[in-house]
Design a protein around this ligand. Structure first.
Ligand SMILES: Cc1cc2nc3c(=O)[nH]c(=O)nc-3n(C[C@H](O)[C@H](O)[C@H](O)COP(=O)(O)OP(=O)(O)OC[C@H]3O[C@@H](n4cnc5c(N)ncnc54)[C@H](O)[C@@H]3O)c2cc1C
Length: 603
């Protein structure tokens, strides 16, 4: 078949923060760059990020530095992180944030004009550079404005459905225009995946329609390895009422600004259980917690700012014990700070403008006057494409990955704010090394039968337009199953049921039918997403079954404690010879003494 064909030295799939930063870097290295995204440029998921970018700039607390940030990230990830990525991230994030400022990002300011930083869960000092609660918007705007002048070719509203290989090497990608349904073939000397997460595999999620695990699946199908897939982050605070907005994120910045969690008895239940490894850093009374949020360096952080995995489980405990709010969550109250802050209502609106409007418009709640109702929501995946820490190349030559679809830096749990810094630190690295790799390649031989096969498979749902089941029924059944059986609290028998349930769902997905034609056909797009959602769901379930302990985002009530034997390994997923999914463990390399010492010094 003939396809509209484009050729670039480096093809970046995904135009969120990671993809844009990678494209800028590759282009600056003098290679031609194509950037593909599912929606309009500027509408990537990064734009939704609210709270801020974690970087040890030490503008608000001069005790901060890369070592503290590194130790916080490792502690948050419960030491199964890729320590080299955590080290690079902590060291390079400040430069990447200052670079954004130089490129025009307008951050909130300290009184003396430096970038303002706020408190966030798991970060010892105020570390999140922010723009109110619209930080992602500013990040994307800045990268887009900068990138637009670099000569990058942008292919908007185009979904990639297959990576193309020449022998072992990735040499291109194949996709379709969402608007017109026409196929497109991209030849490239190097490909960078920057496709974000998988949240749509679950029923309750903060993620938009774009997060269907595409990059994870494209990489897996091309023979790359995925790692840490059992670690899914359930953010403690999503909206729960009305039902139409369930899952929408309520930023952690609310707690960073002094918001507190209460059960229906009005009690701050987060003081009930403080993990041993955070006890020394956590306030043991409400007054001290408040002073911390107001910048008192002698105070320790309130337990509402413990890591997300822990806060989510405490909320679930309250709900299960019958102490939840009327709609099945708990209360998050920022309005109480009016008693402590002059012009409190205006202060809240200034610090949390999006939250104010979100609740006012979607739930008719004025957060300056009354508490919000919140509950956990699927937010982020720590797992993703297994990459080399320095270069971001996957285990397949020519294929790189960065941002949420790559893995390693976060281990078992991500600290809030560490994703926005991850995407710019490792987006830059991916762009740099992909450009280097591309320059060293001589030819890009693309074999069109691979594209023909992808096109044929993609069109199959139309052949069953009247006989097949609709794709949304299968999607809903999968989301429901993952939510119920592989969610916040897991166990062997439920996950086994999920695994057994995946095979019939895959059969159903292979038989879905779609009516109409290829132009503007969301049903068709949903049908094509199913393979990705099923693949990541299987990878999560299989890895979670193997990790017979509780660690970070992965909690099992049949193995409720951490087990040191699992503290030295990661689980890796790879496509086997016969197409089956193989899961195996790999040892985490020994950490250098210098880094071990950093962690010890920060205890
Ligand atoms: C509501 C919300 C608030 C958040 N707040 C914060 C915060 O304050 N701080 C923080 O650090 N993190 C935050 N996060 C997490 C953070 O925003 C994301 O992890 C991060 O932005 C991911 O960036 P990315 O570049 O990897 O992917 P994205 O920004 O999601 O970009 C993915 C890109 O890939 C494209 N794409 C996907 N599949 C395909 C395909 N098949 N073909 C072509 N293109 C494709 C998409 O169109 C998009 O352009 C938040 C997340 C959410 C949902």
């Amino acid at each position: 078949m003939d396809y509209q064909t484009h050729e670039h030295d480096v093809l970046v799939i995904g135009a969120g923060g990671a993809g844009l930063r990678a494209a800028i870097e590759a282009s600056a290295a003098g290679v031609s760059v194509g950037l593909v995204c599912k929606s309009l440029l500027g509408k990537a998921h990064t734009v939704m990020a609210e709270g801020g970018i974690a970087a040890a700039l030490a503008n608000v607390d001069d005790r901060d530095n890369w070592k503290v940030h590194f130790a916080d990230t490792m502690r948050g990830g419960q030491y199964v992180n890729n320590w080299r990525m955590a080290e690079l991230h902590a060291k390079e994030a400040p430069d990447r944030v200052r670079e954004l400022e130089a490129w025009g990002a307008v951050f909130d300011r300290t009184k003396d004009g430096r970038i303002l930083q706020r408190n966030f869960g798991g970060h010892r000092y105020p570390r999140l550079a922010h723009v109110g609660d619209r930080t992602g918007l500013e990040l994307i705007r800045t990268l887009q404005d900068h990138g637009i002048h670099q000569g990058i070719d942008v292919h908007m509203e185009c979904t990639i459905i297959r990576l193309l290989k020449d022998g072992d090497r990735v040499v291109g990608a194949f996709g379709y225009e969402r608007e017109r349904g026409r196929f497109k073939l991209f030849k490239a000397r190097a490909v960078i995946l920057a496709t974000g997460g998988i949240g749509r595999a679950y029923k309750i999620t903060s993620n938009s329609w774009e997060y269907t695990g595409d990059g994870h699946t494209l990489a897996y199908d091309a023979g790359a390895e995925l790692v840490d897939m059992e670690f899914v982050q359930f953010h403690p605070t999503g909206m729960i009422w009305p039902p139409s907005v369930r899952g929408i994120l309520v930023t952690e910045a609310v707690r960073g600004e002094g918001g507190v969690l209460k059960n229906k008895e009005g009690r701050r239940f987060m003081f009930d259980e403080i993990p041993d490894n955070y006890r020394a850093q956590t306030a043991d009374n409400e007054e001290e917690g408040w002073r911390y949020t107001q910048g008192d360096k002698a105070a320790r952080r309130p337990p509402e700012l413990l890591t997300r995995d822990h806060v989510s489980r405490c909320i679930v405990r309250e709900i299960k014990a019958g102490r939840g709010s009327p709609h099945g969550g708990v209360f998050l109250d920022i309005s109480w700070i009016k008693a402590r802050v002059p012009n409190g209502a205006d202060h809240i609106k200034k610090k949390l403008p999006s939250m104010y409007h979100q609740f006012k418009q979607l739930a008719d709640i004025d957060i300056t006057q009354e508490p919000m109702e919140v509950g956990p929501t699927t937010h982020y995946i720590m797992g993703g494409v297994r990459v080399d820490a320095d270069t971001q190349m996957s285990t397949v030559p020519g294929l790189f990955a960065a941002g949420e679809c790559a893995a390693g830096i976060n281990g078992a749990n991500r600290l809030g704010g560490n994703s926005l810094s991850d995407i710019i630190v490792f987006g830059k690295r991916a762009g740099e090394y992909a450009a280097k790799y591309a320059k060293a390649q001589t030819s890009t031989a693309v074999d069109t039968p691979q594209a023909d096969e992808a096109a044929r498979r993609a069109l199959e749902p139309f052949e069953r337009s009247t006989s097949g089941e609709g794709p949304y029924q299968v999607q809903y059944a999968l989301q429901e199953m993952m939510q119920d059986l592989v969610g916040i609290v897991r166990n062997e028998s439920e996950m086994q049921r999920a695994l057994d349930g995946l095979a019939p769902l895959r059969d159903r997905a292979n038989r879905v039918g779609v009516g109409g034609h290829r132009e503007y056909n969301p049903g068709w797009h949903a049908a094509l997403d199913l393979h990705n959602l099923l693949t990541v769901s299987e990878a999560i379930t299989r890895s979670a079954l193997e990790r017979r302990e509780s660690r970070g985002g992965h909690f099992r009530d049949d193995y409720p404690t951490k087990d040191a034997r699992f503290g030295t390994i990661n689980f890796v997923v790879r496509k086997g010879r016969d197409g089956q999914m193989d899961v195996f463990s790999v040892a985490i390399p020994e950490m250098p003494e210098t880094l071990k010492q950093v962690i010890k010094d920060m205890e």
